[in-house]
Design a protein around this ligand. Structure first.
Ligand code: VGL
Ligand code: ZN
Length: 203
């Protein structure tokens, strides 16, 4: 079975949002076209409490996009984003949602960030996504969504580590930082992940 994993296609990561990914909206028609080609579609949702420690606003004197040590882990400080229950945390209205069978929320613990859809950044707590996929006999995981160099990248890494044959859908993701994404792609390739275009699915 093949699963499509839709990472954080939420208003705050789209143009006009609090942590807008450049050209992020361009992935939505691609993702909508992809969904009918999969046995299973699953989404993740960045879902932070209002005082999440990944927010620069919680660290007086620190600025947005600077990096700090948070309980022993490097942490980029973000603008407040994807606060539980806000419009910014909602999935885009342009995203086709009828085929999404399950939604895995992450980033709910105020003390630790959670880029991957599988684990928090300290790899301490699982979201249950890997076992869910295995329970559905999924062997191949295709990853799309936002942002390519953070939550998509970390989700691909964990999918590989969990033993799934893993594909990054390059034209169905966009990075916050283009350079960071080039490094991420290299690493994914080195770890045995495949980087493909959506056209390979349609044919
Ligand atoms: C993300 C930064 C902070 C993402 C989430 O979805 O890539 N990036 N929280
Ligand atoms: Zn976040």
């Amino acid at each position: 079975m093949r699963a499509l994993l839709l990472i954080d296609i939420q208003n705050d990561f789209l143009p006009g949002g609090a942590l807008a990914v450049p050209h992020g909206h361009q992935i939505i028609p691609v993702v909508n076209q992809l969904q009918p080609h999969f046995d299973l579609v699953v989404a993740t949702q960045d879902w932070h409490p209002a005082h999440h420690k990944s927010f620069a606003s919680q660290h007086p004197g620190e600025s947005v996009f600077s990096s700090i040590d948070l309980h022993g882990l490097p942490q980029v400080l973000w603008p407040d984003h994807c606060v539980q229950g806000t419009t910014g945390a909602d999935f885009s209205e342009a995203l086709e949602q009828r085929q999404i069978e399950a939604i895995f929320r992450k980033g709910t613990d105020p003390e630790i960030d959670s880029y991957s859809g599988f684990y928090d950044n300290g790899h301490r707590k699982s979201t249950g996504l890997a076992d869910y996929l295995r329970g559905k006999q999924v062997r191949q995981v295709f990853v799309a969504g936002l942002a390519a160099d953070f939550c998509v990248y970390f989700s691909v890494q964990d999918a590989l580590r969990e033993g799934f044959k893993t594909f990054l859908m390059e034209d169905a993701t966009r990075p916050i930082n283009a350079e960071g994404f080039e490094k991420a792609k290299l690493e994914i390739h080195q770890r045995g992940g495949k980087i493909i275009q959506s056209g390979a699915i349609f044919s």
